[in-house]
Design a protein around this ligand. Structure first.
Ligand SMILES: Cc1cc2nc3c(=O)[nH]c(=O)nc-3n(C[C@H](O)[C@H](O)[C@H](O)COP(=O)(O)OP(=O)(O)OC[C@H]3O[C@@H](n4cnc5c(N)ncnc54)[C@H](O)[C@@H]3O)c2cc1C
Length: 396
């Protein structure tokens, strides 16, 4: 095996694989190190989670040549219905009114992860898996990466290391990058339901006193459920009978889709915001969930991570074409500067949604309902929200 690369990516999840694909025709020699075997990744229960992809994300996946091979597994979101349980406020967004084919798409994380992993396996990138990084040593001209692969220990060298190894990033730790953790005391319950009435490609986001509930449209008139509850409630619901779980879900959601029936196991994802103090270190950069693991309430995690990937790939390509050092400190600082604002905005937006909608204090409930109702009557504001949801609008 070759031991010297331009770039070593640690983590063959969505962010790592998309970066390898974005760089595939640039001439940069890439290695990608993944801790799990393809079988372990394909069978992981976490793959059951559905991802809501903004239209902007779909465009970027198209440019990477990924979307064309996976579109058949995705469901278009043609309408978004946002409501506040027990209050009058609601708003609806529609693809037809925005004159677009879809406001976004829903896809099972497993389908997208498996497809991108296959595409990387067919590319020139060297995939080293299963293997783990056990040490890093960055020098003036290169970074040495010590890995353990089975019984074998080896050291690889690169000009730049990219940590794309998720929320529990060991690269972040090895680089001594501090992290800020906000525990929400909440768990996302993820499952699939089949409804007796057609979902008509509508994504529902319902805010309730006990936490937000999202029903995302998927194939065969099913919906993927992401139900955020306190950790205590989630434990009780995981232990409840199927009938009791469904009765509580139905009470929270109502009967807009008729009767709901479970069609998949229920998985629990404990929620916290993990934010790295910085994105870069000597000859290293961290991207995706390794920098920002978000609450799924606004469905922004991968959408944000893909924007890290696209920007890093754009800058790396230009730096390489200009025959400049891709691990140079100034270059990495420029990358971090271009991404900071987007991170701050999305994290701020997600936290505000959680704060404003997880609170039943009457004046706040009244204000947010007024907001939703007003929004429903102001076409321009709705259009702006639609564009934001589609990932086509960045607010200042
Ligand atoms: C319930 C739920 C719902 C969500 N819904 C949405 C949504 O609707 N829209 C959206 O945009 N986002 C959503 N997200 C977020 C989205 O899933 C993540 O943002 C995205 O998967 C992060 O990708 P990543 O590649 O950065 O990290 P990961 O997916 O965590 O991938 C990291 C990879 O690194 C590997 N790895 C870990 N440690 C090591 C190591 N030491 N050495 C080598 N490899 C290693 C792992 O095996 C894994 O393959 C949701 C998340 C959850 C939990």
């Amino acid at each position: 095996m070759q031991h010297n690369y331009d770039l070593i990516i640690v983590g063959g999840g969505l962010a790592g694989n998309c970066l390898a694909l974005a760089l595939k025709d640039t001439g940069l020699r890439c290695a990608i190190i993944e801790a799990n075997t393809p079988e372990q990744l394909a069978n992981s229960p976490a793959g059951d989670r559905a991802l809501a992809l903004a239209a902007g994300t779909v465009k970027q996946l198209e440019q990477l040549g990924v979307w064309q091979g996976i579109i058949h597994a995705a469901t278009a979101i043609k309408n978004i219905h946002i409501s506040d349980k027990g209050h009058f406020g609601k708003t609806r967004l529609s693809a037809e009114k925005e004159q677009v084919a879809a406001l976004g798409y829903v896809i099972a994380a497993r389908d997208l992860e498996t497809h991108t992993a296959h595409r990387v396996a067919d590319s020139d990138s060297v995939r080293i898996c299963p293997a783990r990084v056990v040490g890093l040593e960055s020098g003036e001209d290169a970074i040495n990466v010590s890995i353990q692969q089975g019984d074998e220990s080896l050291t690889l060298t690169a000009k730049l290391l990219v940590g794309a190894d998720g929320g529990q990033s060991s690269i972040r730790q090895l680089l001594n990058i501090a992290q800020h953790i906000t525990e929400y005391g909440q768990t996302a319950l993820v499952t699939t339901v089949k409804s007796t009435l057609p979902h008509k490609n509508t994504a529902f986001e319902r805010f309730t006193a006990s936490g937000p509930l999202a029903l995302l449209p998927i194939a065969n008139n099913q919906c993927s459920v992401v139900w955020t509850r306190t950790t205590e409630d989630a434990k009780a619901l995981m232990q409840a009978s199927e009938a009791d779980f469904l009765a509580e879900l139905q009470a929270c959601f109502g009967y807009k889709l008729g009767k709901l029936n479970l069609s998949a196991p229920i998985r629990a994802f404990p929620l916290s915001l993990i934010r790295a103090e910085k994105m870069i270190a000597n000859r290293a950069v961290i991207i995706g969930n390794a920098v920002h693991q978000l609450h799924p309430v606004a469905g922004q995690g991968f959408n944000l991570g893909l924007r890290d990937v696209i920007e890093l790939a754009r800058l790396l390509t230009a730096q390489h074409q200009a025959a400049k050092d891709i691990g140079a400190e100034d270059f990495l600082k420029d990358y971090a500067k271009t991404r900071q604002k987007d991170h701050d905005l999305v994290i701020g937006f997600t936290n505000n949604v959680i704060r404003i909608f997880s609170n039943d204090w009457l004046p706040l409930a009244a204000a947010r309902n007024m907001g939703l109702t007003l929004l429903d009557h102001i076409p321009k504001a709705k259009s702006l929200l639609s564009r934001y949801a589609m990932g086509l609008e960045q607010t200042d």
